[in-house]
Design a protein around this ligand. Structure first.
Ligand code: GDP
Ligand code: MG
Length: 728
């Protein structure tokens, strides 16, 4: 009787020993022919194992499963389209060149084939001094791995038995391996896969994500057949592929096929490095990969790796903060100047107040940090484009495991601002690559503790006021505090609310590439533009709203009477000659300040902020800070813009320098203790509104949205109070 589980294919690179194994399995019971219409040899034979009869198919030897050669097309057709299809595949590997041979294995897994790795030529590998940890390979890949010497018949039965068992268990198909191919390709795949799935375009035989990838790889055979089946969708998918190709060409001077290949090797490389292979340096498939291996042997070394990582990060902070301060001042001065010009031109009234105090102070406060954030993004682009960012994840994996997270959690953390200047919204989305739901949830809930681009201005402002001499060091420490909070809370969550075992980790380590100038510029600009756009839309709207909340309702005329009386008293004293010019000016200014303060306190926001002082007082927040922090739940940028508005509205000394930093510096309320407390709070308190919505979307549970909102709020409040009380 013949069924799927008794039909097994033998795949592998040319000269890996497939035919040797096939002949040993089948003896004389084989027949050789050609595949219909083509000259590729077709070999089938019968093997006997444990009393059952198994049909073996010897696939043509290939390095890949793309459509570059007839052999490759035949191999993948046999696997996916022949009927009955094989129930499992024995992937015969030349163990001496493991890295190169596994490239085909990755593709078999991408195709969703149940796979047994037959590590053939173990005799030669051992003679050459290679040390392969077969158990570790099995653990990391999740595959049955059988050491084999086909020429001597060793391991053959074990491999076949495992394959038959696998075929029975899986019914011939498993969930296709989904590795990351880097941000750009992943994004394209995510857009394309659901469309292919929905239209059922060739999905009877191939996984949807695999098909999407074939469009990106410009696989002629698949594109042709897809076009026959559904010309419209096929054209759309091809267009998406072209768009990706154009993007990769302009940013990395490369093309989709190359990027995808890099990440496949990256997956393999990561596995081999993770304790599978000792003495791997001389077996890399090409010079670039060999070079990469050399660099990695230093950069990911146990002791040296973390030291280098810390050095790079610190250098980055140093340069950004020191260098960024210069253009930052220019921009801040520009907005001061603009505010002054508008103030001179317009007559007093709510409209002038709206434009200078609301819009210019609010949006300007956010835009003022563009130069600095641009320098930060420039560094991040270089690190990411070169491939070093992936190593960061690899290096930190050991640490992460301890905190109940995954090596792959680091990417979402970094995107959220782990190297300062990210955003938790894409960060939370990036957790989709995490395969374990528990580690994913822990990552989602802790990623918002990172120093996202919107929190940075708050830190920069207070660091420049209170820690000017140590700016880079303090900024670096704040980022580390964000990490510490994320790790500790994760550890807490993973031992309480989301308990569960860890899953083994394979993170792609693609070969390094030289970042191109245009690529770094484009990526930096893309990120900066996101930031500017937000300032011009969301922040602008919230600034106006908060300005209104801080302006209305106005005090009653009765309240104003008191001020008019005071002014009249000063004038009469002046006329009587009992006051000098300066004294008059000073007294008038006091009255003006008091009046502005009354206005602000009388407003909706002022009342709310004042009411909250009883709660936030122990953390050293005044009512202006309270208003700013409430605004920050809408978007973190608003913290700084609201402080700008609050202090612009609350202080009217025309002689003073008008920058927010100077106003805070001269306000007796602000001490180091208040500043540290506010920074701690800003770092840790509730994620912004958009992030909260993203948490709801990604976890599909309202409870995690509310958890993030209230837990983080309480957590931040407690730590801020502790910080303030200790430093006071
Ligand atoms: P195919 O191209 O994958 O079909 O590979 P073949 O079966 O033709 O084998 C290629 C060469 O490797 C032949 O010379 C085999 O004798 C040799 N070979 C196959 N298996 C082993 C093995 O386990 N150890 C060693 N040392 N040589 C092997
Ligand atoms: Mg052969």
């Amino acid at each position: 009787m013949q069924n799927d589980s008794s039909r097994i294919a033998i795949a592998g690179n040319p000269n890996s020993g497939k035919t040797t194994a096939f002949n040993r399995y089948t003896g004389a019971r084989q027949h050789v022919g050609n595949y219909p219409g083509i000259t590729v040899e077709k070999k089938e034979g019968i093997a006997h194992l444990d009393g059952i009869e198994i049909t073996l198919v010897d696939l043509p030897g290939t390095y890949s499963l793309t459509a570059y050669s007839l052999e490759e097309v035949v191999a993948r057709r046999v696997l996916s389209e022949e009927s009955p299809p094989p129930g499992a595949v024995i992937d015969v590997i030349n163990s001496g060149v493991l890295e190169r041979n596994l490239y085909l294995s990755v593709q078999l897994l991408e195709l969703g084939m149940p796979l047994v790795l037959a590590l053939n030529m173990m005799d030669e590998a051992k003679a050459n001094g290679l040390n392969i940890n077969v158990d570790r390979l099995a653990e990391l890949t999740g595959l049955v791995c059988v050491p084999m010497v086909a020429r001597k018949g060793e391991g053959l039965d074990d491999a076949l038995r495992a394959a038959v068992e696998l075929a029975k268990k899986t019914g011939g198909k498993v969930k296709p391996l989904e590795i990351s191919y880097g941000t750009d390709v992943d994004l394209a795949l995510k857009e394309m896969t659901p469309q292919i799935e929905e239209a059922k375009l060739l999905t009877a035989n191939y996984p949807a994500r695999w098909l999407a990838m074939k469009f990106l790889e410009r696989d002629e055979e698949i594109v042709r057949r897809a076009t026959e089946a559904n010309p419209e969708l096929s054209a759309k998918m091809q267009a998406r592929g072209e768009a990706l190709a154009a993007h990769l060409k302009s940013t990395l001077k490369t093309y989709p096929e190359a990027v995808i290949a890099d990440y496949r090797y990256g997956w393999i490389h990561s596995i081999l490095k993770n304790g599978v292979l000792k003495g791997a340096d001389d077996i890399a498939p090409d010079d670039r990969v060999a070079f990469s291996d050399k660099v990695d042997s230093i950069v990911t070394q146990k002791v040296l790796g973390p030291l280098i990582l810390f050095g790079i990060l610190y250098l980055m902070y140093y340069v950004t903060i020191e260098l960024g301060a210069i253009p930052n001042d220019w921009v801040a001065n520009f907005f001061d100047w603009l505010s002054g010009v508008v103030g001179d031109v317009m007559s007093d009234g709510p409209l002038k107040s709206l434009i200078t105090d609301g819009i210019i102070a609010g949006v300007g406060g956010v835009l003022g940090f563009v130069p600095l954030i641009m320098i930060m993004f420039l560094f991040i682009s270089v690190l990411e484009d070169s491939g070093y960012m992936a190593r960061v994840a690899y290096i930190m994996d050991r640490v992460f495991r301890f905190f109940g997270l995954h090596g792959a959690s680091i990417m979402p953390f970094i995107i959220s601002g782990g190297i300062a200047g990210g955003c938790a919204v894409p960060g939370v989305m990036a957790t989709r690559t995490l395969r374990s739901p528990k580690e994913r949830l822990a990552t989602i809930l802790t990623a918002p503790f990172m120093t996202c681009g919107a929190k940075i201005p708050v830190f920069l402002l207070f660091v420049s006021i209170f820690f000017d001499a140590h700016r880079p060091l303090v900024m670096f420490s704040i980022t580390l505090c964000g990490w510490a909070a994320a790790l500790l809370v994760s550890r807490l969550l993973r031992s309480t609310l989301i308990r569960g075992a860890a899953t083994p980790f394979v993170m792609e380590l693609p070969p390094y590439r030289y970042p191109t100038f245009s690529g770094v510029v484009i990526h930096t600009w893309e990120r900066t533009w996101q930031y500017i756009k937000k300032a011009g839309t969301v922040i602008l709207a919230i600034s106006v709203l908060i300005w209104a909340a801080m302006t209305f309702p106005s005090p009653t005329p009765e309240d104003e009477v008191a001020f008019e009386e005071q002014r009249a008293a000063i004038t009469s004293q002046q006329e009587a000659g009992t006051l000098t010019e300066e004294e008059v000016e000073a007294k008038n200014l006091d009255v003006d300040n008091d009046e502005q303060q009354l206005h602000l306190r009388h407003s909706v926001a002022g009342r709310l902020g004042t009411a909250l002082e009883t709660v936030t007082g122990p953390a050293g927040f005044n009512w202006q800070t309270n208003i700013a922090l409430i605004g920050g739940i809408a978007a973190k940028e608003v913290v700084i813009s609201t402080l700008g508005t609050a202090y612009a509205l609350g202080s009217v000394d025309p002689e003073e320098d008008t920058s927010l930093a100077d106003r805070i510096r001269n306000d007796p309320h602000w001490t180091v203790a208040n500043a540290v407390s506010l920074m701690v709070f800003t770092l840790l308190y509730s994620p912004c509104f958009v992030t909260l919505m993203m948490i709801k979307q990604e976890t599909a549970r309202w409870r995690w949205l509310f958890f993030s909102l209230f837990f983080n709020l309480a957590f931040a409040m407690i730590l801020s109070i502790i910080a303030y009380q200790l430093l006071k």
